[in-house]
Ligand binder design. Structure first.
Ligand SMILES: *[C@@H]1O[C@H](CO)[C@@H](O)[C@H](O)[C@H]1NC(C)=O
Ligand SMILES: *[C@@H]1O[C@H](CO)[C@@H](O)[C@H](O)[C@H]1NC(C)=O
Ligand SMILES: *[C@@H]1O[C@H](CO)[C@@H](O)[C@H](O)[C@H]1NC(C)=O
Ligand SMILES: *[C@@H]1O[C@H](CO)[C@@H](O)[C@H](O)[C@H]1NC(C)=O
Ligand SMILES: *[C@@H]1O[C@H](CO)[C@@H](O)[C@H](O)[C@H]1NC(C)=O
Ligand SMILES: *[C@@H]1O[C@H](CO)[C@@H](O)[C@H](O)[C@H]1NC(C)=O
Ligand SMILES: *[C@@H]1O[C@H](CO)[C@@H](O)[C@H](O)[C@H]1NC(C)=O
Ligand SMILES: *[C@@H]1O[C@H](CO)[C@@H](O)[C@H](O)[C@H]1NC(C)=O
Length: 612
């Protein structure tokens, strides 16, 4: 999804507004939150997938939108990364027993075949470059506006999502379906990863051009499992075999000795970024132990990084004030973030939990916890008598540590719970001082991140990707990637047609929360009011008009704002006026006009004005 600096530079975004409407979910146990939220989150994902999701009536079949939000921010697009991470979550849920999900998985795969062939500003399929395009229109056509491109994680993540389903089909004897439909699509994505992994990319937040830990980690994984699939099908992937070890070699360079450097880029940041933890959970392999070279969730490296990462937000958000190390906090993308005010994200806070649930799973499975000087600071925060060495499951300290880390992990999901509104919907972010939900509504990735964390908490883990046989680092790193070959994948007729979906139809909201923002330079004592030609705007009254707040007024950002709940579809005229010690000054004509959205799934809107 798009949190790009390009976007931020071109429009005034809705600021974090009042918390007056935020009714937190009833405080109960984390177990009860999870059991209530899980079906809501799954439905939230399905609502955002065309063509029958309830927020996606204009969306092509199998296309995943990032969010139904069409303005401030406009996320009504399909991102390759968000879509693939979401589908991987759905495939794992399907394999774990939710058979209703198979039709949407097939639709996604069929749509991926055609999306691969779309010429776009990154290029086209002939030399693979078009596969690095980060986002598409919801009707599966090219997005041609300026953007941070290419983003080279997309093909790797898409291959990983499709391979998970391919392996399921193979285990059910449907090899020929995989060979004819899925393998041709996967092959293009593998060829892209092998050819372009050593070129710079925009990161997953679409802001930084350079090299990104997340991208490199998921690229390594894709080639390893891509080669395994090729072998199973009686094919080969020579470029997977030659490049995977070199990507692993490059991956080691992100380790600083004490944490993961999220990006190689000249961006003036500390390098601490949840990109690292998301990369760690996206490459978790339940058969790969606590291996450091693949940054497994329970590796000394990944645990040390978890501490550095989460500690970096303790002083940044006032929500985290006075919460000491070893107790969960609200987690954002990176401490220097200013996008939409720079807030905690649901998906980042869920990722911090998920890494720890993965680690707990692994420690229980192997019956021991090894603490090294690298991971000791992490352990000491949650278990003060921790010392370097090995704790076996027969040792009582083993259970004490498991219990302490479980409490810590649950703390992160409890923060997600605490700032989830009573209807269970998840936006992109929650506000840094007060915790009310803000930014894009119904964010697909927020829901998927909650679902994967909840599954790991229940010890439901994804299949191995072969990490334990792919962790030998070459003694010297080199880079001479091969040129791939690319062929349109044309076969999309499944032997068993996708079942008709039974997802609910679209329903428009009755009211929309509209934030009015007016930029005007004012002096101490001045007040800015809003009035208009509807009753909610006081029929143009100057004595009874709506006072805006200057709470976020800064000398660099002369912002006055207010938030009103208005019926969807209402059209009206309005203007702002200034009251200087009783002297009323209206804005110049013409009157402003506005119509409240009636779009499905859009429950917030933002009006950005400047004094006229
Ligand atoms: C796809 O959607 C865009 C934006 O709404 C529109 O301009 C374009 O005509 C559509 N293309 C097709 C083929 O429907
Ligand atoms: C390419 O690979 C080499 C060897 O690992 C590494 O030094 C270099 O930074 C890489 N560059 C990019 C952009 O990946
Ligand atoms: C499918 O592939 C698997 C793995 O190679 C093999 O064991 C199995 O016999 C194959 N099944 C069919 C129906 O070809
Ligand atoms: C944090 O602690 C300081 C010092 O004890 C106190 O003044 C402040 O009010 C506390 N902040 C919060 C949000 O609890
Ligand atoms: C833990 O450390 C011991 C002793 O160094 C070693 O034998 C064992 O393999 C390690 N276990 C794991 C799971 O890393
Ligand atoms: C505002 O105008 C409407 C329609 O003209 C009228 O019904 C309503 O009573 C007015 N309200 C106020 C507070 O003046
Ligand atoms: C304007 O400000 C004066 C005092 O400065 C106040 O008495 C008056 O009520 C204000 N007018 C409105 C419309 O609020
Ligand atoms: C703006 O609205 C007011 C109140 O309805 C009306 O008197 C005025 O003429 C309008 N201004 C313009 C330029 O249309």
């Amino acid at each position: 999804m798009a949190k790009t600096a390009l976007l931020a530079a071109f429009s005034i975004l809705c600021i974090a507004h009042s918390s007056s409407d935020f009714v937190p979910r009833a405080t109960g146990s984390l177990d009860s939150f999870i059991s209530n939220e899980t079906p809501i989150a799954l439905q939230g994902v399905l609502n955002n997938i065309g063509s029958s999701g309830s927020f996606s009536e204009e969306v092509s079949e199998g296309v995943v939108i990032a969010s139904p939000s069409k303005q401030d921010p406009n996320y009504f697009y399909s991102w390759t990364r968000d879509s693939a991470l979401t589908l991987k979550c759905l495939v794992d849920e399907f394999i774990a027993g939710n058979s209703d999900l198979e039709s949407v998985i097939k639709e996604y795969i069929s749509t991926s075949a055609s999306i691969q062939g779309i010429s776009n500003p990154s290029g086209d399929l002939s030399d693979g470059k078009g596969l690095g395009e980060p986002k598409f229109m919801v009707n599966a056509t090219a997005f041609t506006g300026s953007w941070g491109r290419p983003q080279r994680d997309g093909p790797a993540l898409r291959a990983t999502a499709m391979i998970a389903y391919a392996n399921y089909l193979i285990s059910n004897g449907e090899n020929s379906t995989v060979d004819s439909i899925i393998w041709p699509i996967v092959q293009n994505d593998l060829a892209y990863v092998a050819q372009y992994w050593n070129e710079t990319t925009f990161d997953l937040w679409e802001e930084v051009q350079g090299s990104s830990f997340f991208t490199t980690a998921v690229q390594h994984r894709a080639l390893v499992q891509g080669n395994a699939l090729a072998t199973t099908l009686g094919h080969s992937c020579a470029n997977c075999v030659s490049q995977a070890p070199q990507i692993l070699c490059f991956l080691q360079s992100y380790w600083t000795g004490s944490s993961i450097l999220a990006n190689f880029a000249d961006n003036g940041r500390s390098g601490v970024d949840v990109n690292s933890a998301i990369g760690v959970i996206a490459t978790f392999d339940p058969e790969a132990g606590c291996d450091d070279t693949t940054f497994q969730p329970c590796s000394a490296r990944a645990l040390a990084n978890h501490k550095v990462l989460t500690d970096s937000f303790r002083d940044v958000f006032s929500l985290n004030a006075n919460i000491s190390a070893g107790t969960a906090v609200a987690v954002g993308r990176y401490p220097e973030d200013v996008f939409q005010g720079g807030n905690p994200w649901y998906l980042a806070t869920s990722a911090a939990a998920e890494q720890l649930y993965d680690a707990i799973y692994q420690w229980k499975k192997q019956g021991s916890i090894n603490i090294t000087s690298i991971s000791l600071p992490f352990f000491k925060d949650v278990y003060s008598s921790a010392a370097t060495g090995s704790y076996s499951s027969s040792d009582s300290a083993f259970n004490d540590i498991i219990s302490a880390v479980t409490t810590y992990a649950d703390g992160y999901l409890s923060i997600v719970a605490q700032y989830t509104p009573s209807d269970g919907t998840l936006t992109e972010q929650f506000q840094r001082d007060e915790g009310f939900p803000i930014s894009a509504s119904g964010l697909t990735w927020s829901y998927a991140a909650f679902l994967t964390a909840a599954a790991r908490r229940a010890s439901t883990v994804p299949a191995s990707w072969g990490g334990s046989n792919a962790n030998t680092v070459p003694s010297t790193c080199s880079a001479s990637p091969p040129t791939g070959s690319y062929t349109s994948a044309t076969e999309t007729s499944w032997p068993t047609a996708p079942a008709t979906s039974t997802r609910p139809a679209c329903s428009a909201p009755s009211d929309v929360s509209v934030t009015f923002q007016e930029i005007i330079s004012t002096n101490e004592g001045d007040e800015i009011y809003l009035a208009g030609n509807i009753e909610a705007l006081k029929n143009w009254s100057t004595t009874n008009a709506i006072l805006l707040s200057a709470k976020d007024y800064r000398s660099a950002d002369n912002l006055w704002y207010t938030e009103l709940s208005l019926p969807a579809g209402t059209s009206f005229e309005y203007k702002f006026f200034k009251n200087t010690s009783g002297t009323i000054t209206w804005e110049d004509d013409p009157n402003r006009s506005y119509t409240v959205s009636q779009d499905c799934g859009v429950s917030t809107a933002c009006v950005n004005d400047e004094w006229q």
